[in-house]
Design a protein around this ligand. Structure first.
Ligand SMILES: NC(=O)c1ccc[n+]([C@@H]2O[C@H](COP(=O)([O-])OP(=O)(O)OC[C@H]3O[C@@H](n4cnc5c(N)ncnc54)[C@H](OP(=O)(O)O)[C@@H]3O)[C@@H](O)[C@H]2O)c1
Length: 373
C-alpha cells in the first residue's frame, strides 16, 4: 500500500520529530512533511507546549502550496481543542487531500477520532506506515498516556564485572567523560530524575543537566525516595535555584524532616509504603499527573532492585565501564533474588553503543509482563 517514496517522507517526518524530543513534553514530539507533486512544500515539528503542533507548523511553511498536498505525520493529528485548535481542522481547511500517519494517538481525546474526522471530511487517510519506528520513538509518551504512569527508564553505570559501587561505597567514576555526557543527555530527555535515600546520602548528587549539548527548556524535576526521613534538607539536591525537588516519603518520617524539606522549597508527598519503601505505583502515577512522561531512575541498587521486582522497570540504559570492582562491590539490583534460570526475568538488548573505553547497552523487558498491582 505504501511506496518507497512514502517511506522516505515518513522517515523525514521521524527525523523532524526527534528535534522536538526535549521541548515538546508533556506533549508528544511529532514531525510532519507536506508533499505536493513530488516536492516537499512544508515541514514542521512540535514546539513547546501551548505553541502550534507539527501539522500547523508544516502548513504555515507551505502556505497555498498545501492545497492538494499529502501530509506525512508521525502521530494521528489531534481532533480536540487543547491549548491550540485541532490540527484536523487546519489540515482540512488548508485543502490537504491525503494524510499518511504512522500510529493512533492513545490520548482518549484523540484515539482514532483524528483519523475518523479526516475521513468524514473527504481526506484520504492511510495509516500504519513505519508504525514500529514511531512507537519506539514515542515510547515514554505512549506508555504514560496508556497506563497513567511515568515511563521508568533505569540508568546505571556498572564495572566490567557488573558492580555499581566499590566495597567502600564509592562509585565515582565507573565510566569516562563520553559515557557521562551521554547520561546527561538522558537526563535532558527526562521530565524527572530519581534516586533513593542511600544514593542521596552517599553521593550528595545535584541531579542536574550539566554536560553535553542537550539542554531542556526546564530542568528535570529531582525526585528523592526517602521513607524514613534520613536525608537532610541541605546540599545541591535541595538548592531550589538549580531545579525543583520532590520528596516521596512515608508516615514513618518525622514532622521535623518534612518541615525541613518544605522550608528548603521542596514538595513533600507522603505515600503509602510497599515492600522496601514508598509504593512505586503511587510515585509513577504522581509523576505522570505532574506531566512527567519519562523518569530516569538513577539508583542505587536497592531502588533499581525495587523497580525490577515490582515490574515497573520499563527500560534499562546500562553504561559498562572498564574498571573491575571485585566480589565485594555493590550489585546492579539489590534485594532481588532468583532461585534458578527458569525463574529469571528476561530482557532483550535493543541497542548498544561504544563510547571511548566504555559502552552503553539498552535493554527492555522481553515480554511486557503486567506490573504487580
Ligand atoms: N553506579 C551507579 O550507577 C550508581 C548509581 C547510584 C548510586 N550508586 C551507588 O549506590 C550506593 C547507594 O545505593 P543503595 O542501594 O545503598 O541505596 P539506594 O538504592 O540509593 O536507596 C535505597 C533506599 O531508598 C529508600 N527507598 C524509599 N522507597 C524505596 C523503594 N520503593 N525502593 C527502594 N528503596 C526505597 C530506602 O530507604 P528508607 O527506608 O530510608 O526510605 C532504601 O533503603 C552508593 O554507594 C552509590 O554510590 C551507584
Amino acid at each position: 500500500m505504501f511506496s518507497d517514496v512514502d517511506g522516505e517522507h515518513m522517515e523525514a517526518a521521524l527525523a523532524l520529530a526527534e528535534l522536538a524530543r526535549l521541548i515538546a513534553p508533556p506533549n508528544p514530539w511529532v514531525g510532519c512533511v507536506l508533499v505536493r507533486d513530488g516536492q516537499v512544500v512544508g515541514e514542521g515539528h512540535t514546539l513547546e507546549p501551548g505553541s502550534a503542533h507539527a501539522e500547523v507548523n508544516a502548513l504555515a511553511a507551505a502556505g497555498a502550496a498545501a492545497r492538494g498536498a499529502t501530509a506525512y505525520t508521525t502521530l494521528e493529528p489531534c481532533s480536540h481543542h487543547g491549548r491550540t485548535p485541532p490540527c484536523v481542522d487546519a489540515l482540512v481547511g488548508a485543502g490537504v487531500s491525503r494524510v499518511v500517519t504512522a500510529i493512533f494517538d492513545p490520548d482518549p481525546r484523540v484515539s482514532g477520532n483524528g483519523v475518523a474526522r479526516l475521513r468524514d471530511a473527504g481526506v484520504a487517510v492511510e495509516h500504519g506506515l513505519m508504525a514500529q519506528e514511531v512507537r519506539r520513538q514515542l515510547r515514554p509518551y505512549l506508555h504514560q498516556r496508556s497506563t497513567g504512569r511515568a515511563f521508568a527508564l533505569l540508568k546505571a553505570a556498572a564495572s566490567l564485572d557488573g558492580r555499581t559501587a566499590a566495597a567502600d561505597g564509592t562509585s565515582r567514576w565507573i565510566t569516562g567523560p563520553d559515557a557521562r555526557r551521554d547520561a546527561h543527555r538522558l537526563r535532558a530527555e527526562s521530565g524527572a530524575v530519581l534516586v533513593g535515600a542511600g544514593t542521596a546520602l552517599a553521593d550528595r548528587p545535584s541531579l542536574t543537566v550539566r554536560h553535553g549539548q542537550a539542554r531542556p527548556p526546564r530542568p528535570p524535576l529531582r525526585v528523592l525516595l526517602d521513607s524514613s526521613g534520613r536525608v537532610p534538607a541541605s546540599g545541591a539536591l535541595f538548592d531550589r535555584s538549580l531545579a525543583p525537588t520532590l520528596v516521596f516519603t512515608s508516615a514513618r518520617s518525622s514532622a521535623t524532616a518534612r518541615h525541613a524539606w518544605e522550608a528548603a522549597g521542596a514538595e513533600v508527598f507522603v505515600a503509602p509504603e510497599r515492600d522496601a519503601g514508598v509504593d512505586l505505583a503511587v510515585v509513577l502515577r504522581a509523576l505522570a499527573e505532574r506531566g512527567v512522561l519519562q523518569v530516569l531512575v538513577e539508583g542505587g541498587a536497592f531502588v533499581h532492585g525495587s523497580f525490577l521486582r515490582s515490574g515497573y522497570a520499563d527500560g534499562l540504559a546500562l553504561y559498562v565501564g572498564n574498571a573491575v570492582l571485585g566480589a565485594s562491590g555493590a550489585p546492579l539490583f539489590a534485594g532481588f533474588e532468583v532461585a534458578g534460570m527458569d525463574r529469571a526475568p528476561r530482557w532483550r538488548v535493543s541497542g548498544a553503543e561504544r563510547m571511548h573505553d566504555d559502552g552503553r547497552v539498552d535493554s527492555e523487558p522481553a515480554a511486557a509482563a503486567p506490573p504487580r498491582e
